[in-house]
Ligand binder design. Structure first.
Ligand code: ZN
Length: 219
C-alpha cells in the first residue's frame, strides 16, 4: 500500500491511500468531497472578509468522517495577506482540529519561528505535519524537538535538496510522503527514492508509513 499524504489530485488505485487536499470555499458541499480528504483554509485564499463564509463552511464540513485532517493551513511570508490575519485564521483551524482530534496539515513559508511559538502557546496535542518540507538541518532538528511531523515530496528526488539528509536519517514514525500538486511524478517514485536514501526495502517503508498514517489519523 502506498500513501500519498498530500495531493491536489484525485487518483484511484486499490493499493493507494490518496489523501486529497481541498481548499474550502463557502460553496463547497458534502457531495463535492472525495472519500478521503484533508480540508482547510489556505493562507493564499484569505481575502479581506470573504474568508469568514468559507470558515463557517469549514467548521460544518470538518466534522464529516471523510475529512481525516485539517489543512492545508498555516503561514506564508511570501504573500500580501498580513501575517496577523494569517495567524488569526490559522489559530481558528488549530482549535477546530483540536476539538475534532484530527491532525493538521501545515503550509509554512519563512515563518517557522512563528509556527513553533504558536504550537507552544496553543499547547496543541494533535499531530502537526509540515507538508512539502525542504529546509536545512538546523530547521528540521528544531521542529523535531518541538514534536512536529513532516511530509516530504518531490524535493527528495533532487540530489542537492537540503531534505535529502533529513529523509535519510529521520526516525521512523516522524514522516510521510506526498506528490502535492505534481502530475509529472508518482508516489511510487517518491517511495523508491525515500527507500533508497533510508537503505530499506520499499515494502518495509510501506509498512512503516502505513503505521505512521494510521497513528496520525487514527484510521
Ligand atoms: Zn499542496
Amino acid at each position: 500500500m502506498f500513501i500519498d499524504f498530500h495531493t491536489h489530485h484525485d487518483r484511484q488505485s486499490p493499493d493507494l491511500i490518496n489523501l486529497q487536499t481541498l481548499d474550502v470555499t463557502s460553496q463547497l458541499k458534502t457531495e463535492n468531497l472525495p472519500d478521503l480528504c484533508s480540508l482547510g483554509l489556505h493562507p493564499w485564499f484569505i481575502q479581506d472578509s470573504s474568508w469568514q463564509a468559507a470558515w463557517s463552511n469549514l467548521e460544518a464540513l470538518a466534522e464529516l468522517p471523510q475529512v481525516v485532517a485539517i489543512g492545508e493551513c498555516g503561514l506564508d511570508r511570501h504573500i500580501d495577506v498580513p501575517l496577523a490575519l494569517q495567524i488569526e485564521v490559522f489559530i481558528k483551524q488549530i482549535e477546530l482540529a483540536e476539538k475534532l482530534r484530527k491532525p493538521l496539515v501545515i503550509h509554512c513559508v519563512k515563518a517557522f519561528a512563528e509556527l513553533i511559538a504558536i504550537r507552544e502557546k496553543t499547547k496543541s496535542r494533535i499531530p502537526w505535519i509540515i507538508h512539502g518540507f525542504n529546509k536545512k538541518e538546523a530547521v528540521w532538528q528544531q521542529l523535531l524537538n518541538h514534536n512536529f511531523y513532516f511530509s516530504f515530496g518531490a524535493a527528495i528526488l533532487s540530489d542537492r535538496a537540503p531534505v535529502v539528509q533529513a529523509i535519510a536519517t529521520i526516525a521512523d514514525g516522524r514522516f510521510l510522503l506526498e506528490t502535492d500538486d505534481r502530475i509529472d511524478i508518482t508516489i511510487e517514485q517518491i517511495y523508491d527514492r525515500a527507500a533508497q536514501l533510508r537503505k530499506v526495502p520499499v515494502s518495509t517503508l510501506q509498512n512503516q508509513l502505513l503505521e505512521t498514517y494510521s497513528k496520525l489519523t487514527r484510521n
